[in-house]
Design a protein around this ligand. Sequence first.
Ligand SMILES: [Zn+2]
Ligand SMILES: [Zn+2]
Length: 456
Amino acid sequence: MCSVQDGEDVIPERKKTGKFTEGERRPCMKCGESAAVIIRVNDAFCRGCFLTYCTHKFRSAFGKSKLIRDGEKVLVAFSGGQSSTALLHLIQEGLSERAQKKLRFIPSFVFIDEGAVLNQTQEERSETCQQVAALLQQSGFPWNIISLEKIMQESNSLEKFELSEQFESLHVSEKDQEELKSLWNSVKTLSAKEEMIRTLRSRLLVSIATAGGYSKVLVGDTGTKLSIRLLSDVAQGRGMHLPFETGFADCRHPEMKIVRPVRDFTAKEVAMYNAFHNLQPLVLPALTTKAASNASIERLTETFVTGLQADFPSTVSTIFRTGEKLSVEDMDSEVDRCQFCQAPLDTNVPASSALNATLFSQSLSQKSSTSTIGGASNCDKTDSCCGEGDGSCQTQKDFRLTKEDLADVLCYGCRLVIKDMNSVDDLLPANVLQSAAAAVRRKKMKDEIQDFLLPS
Ligand SMILES: [Zn+2]
Ligand SMILES: [Zn+2]
């Protein structure tokens, strides 16, 4: 029975003094002046010491990893939000002559215009791009704006990609627009859409970077964002990929490393950094803007983590440090990869595994359905045989990638993304289909000759 009386306050009372005013009365832990910000439970900083602390943290991330060499060209993904605004400013400061330990890489910036999947009109998209263009123009670095639609083009279309101040966005062909739209509409749940856009975005960044001769992509993922991702990835069956999704460097792509230099910053630190420097991040719509707090797994996790963080300020760092314990050994270039997200394949497991048990019960519960993916299918593909008619040669005359075939070369998380699609070979980007088809053929051939191979 509820014991709250009428008129009684059900919400636990917050401290009367807001964190800011309370902070002002505290001394800075470095210099003793009155503090302007409290970043963790007891760390109070004045403005100057806080900014020094941020700069130091940013530099040491590069120093510790020794990942980026002097004079190396890096591509920085810029979204206009809080963390990329801070990232842009930290890079600017780090490269300036007055910096103590000068950063020595050569950055170029790229903004991916995702208006197509956010249901924006052409005018809205163009307005967003102009705002971004104004910000990037000010920075003085080379920059470019690319539309997400580019991902639908053949893999070599970005071949001669050079970053310079230009607006690519409005030159998207209608065919690409339509193709991206049908791919997008074929993904039914918001959770799957979030995964889809994340993978498409990162594939596009990698191909832009490869085409432009870069070897690293810098992204502005904060510790807060990565903690949320860590938990939501576990919930979505991507546990095996955590070191790639949340580590300092994501080395799933053989030729391209994705680096997260602001990973040691919380969202609050980044926001304070921007506020102290009078930087104005853009407020751009995202996929889950205005969506209910339980609209997707990631959104729900976000609500959970940020809610917890508000009352227990060490939440993010606890989740984050726990994830840190997971590491990945240098990836063998021979390892089988998921043909969509490029992470190592977690679905090529023995018959007696949790995954196969799940698939088995799934196939039992959807007995009549033909859309079961990745299950132990005993399909008779005699109609597509090359001529014998008995299916003995297992060769298909006209190779069309089916959903089941594709699922075979995808990780568990990506299988969930394509789960609701009716067909895949007319929806997914051409370069995904090409590499997937090659992987499927290789796998089939390997299976066929398996019995004749000597055990290694
Ligand atoms: Zn101070
Ligand atoms: Zn995958």
